[in-house]
Design a binder for this molecule. Sequence first.
Ligand code: URA
Length: 420
Amino acid sequence: MINGLVADSIPLYQISAWSMAILCRGFTQAETAFLTDCMLASGSTLPRATDRPRVDKHSTGGLGDKVSLVLAPMLACFDVDVPMLSGRGLGITGGTLDKLESYTGFRCDLTIDEMQNQLRQIGCFITGTTPKIAPADRKLYALRDVTGTVPSVALITASIMSKKLAAALDALVLDVKCGSGAFMQSFSEARKLAESLCATGKRMQVATTALITDMSQPLGDMVGNACEVNEALSVLAGGGPTPVRELTLRLSAEVLSSVARFPTPEEAYSNLSSAIGDGRALRRYQEMIEMQGGRFHEQLDLARSHTIDLRTLLKYQPNTQPSHGTAATQYLHSIDGQQLGTAIVQLGGGRRKLGDVIDHRVGLEMLVHLSDSVDLSSPIIRVFCDSSSSLEAALPLIAGALTFSETTFSPPELVFTTLS
Ligand code: URA
């Protein structure tokens, strides 16, 4: 089927029917691994550039996820190669390439020779995938998109793993997000996907670990392109929000111990923290940006900032809860990630359709997080935006994405579980 898809010798209506059968009936783990293998073999793999182990991370995508920006250069400080082939954002999901293109001149179209050269010199790159990598996935994904067959665990697994394994990895760590801002909204769905990804990695002889992590609120404070780069830079400089730093270190520690750079993830974690503390990770990041043509800055310029307090926000809520007028103290109860992501698209920071031009300087800063207490005068969110009409259009979306309650509760954990 995959050969027929790539050679155009099987009609797309047959492939659509087959995809629907997979969605409805499922695949065994062996079938999923065979499918992954065929999709991988539909294209080329990245030749070995050095004799260092090759490692990478994949995230199923979520709001404010800037982990790759810190993780790739930080891991490269530990004598491993990190060949990161990444994507652009579409709809509410942000893309690592879009974030990096906030740097003037940054190139996301490295040739295979340039990728190899960069691995030899600094041990990491982040660039776009090429049409030669898993071409079957490009065709199958486009078809799944229009036939309602995206949410099949087997098809998602083969799609993700065929692209990641094309980099000839020794170890891979997966960040499977779960919650309102993620592809998988419930823990049970996220767990099924994580198990399928790990089983497929194992069958294909790549040490694979998955962390199921929270996406009921954005990761860290910043959501947008340049503002997420700034937050990643703060983490690399030893500061930044704890969840971003913690998740990046936990994912990196898993993959470094998978290739036996350290005997345990705990030991890897403490060594990785030192690479941030002594500035090595930040220097490697700067080298990566400059080798790929970007003009490095310690912080990037953002659009004009507007701080919105709860009183202002409530004016934009379609159904303001009656309790808002009564209780002096409220707690941030939930964040609808899909709607908050739509606000970023409305501000011009994301794409409605492929090829849309984005404004890297717009974004949001969450000034409160789930379970934080607020009153009517508390600042809730900062919007970076130069256009007042875009701001007016985004505010009802932002207001509608947040709910407040009068009762306190514990915020969700950052990492729910680890599978390997
Ligand atoms: N991401 C992918 O790369 N493929 C899928 O099928 C879903 C998410």
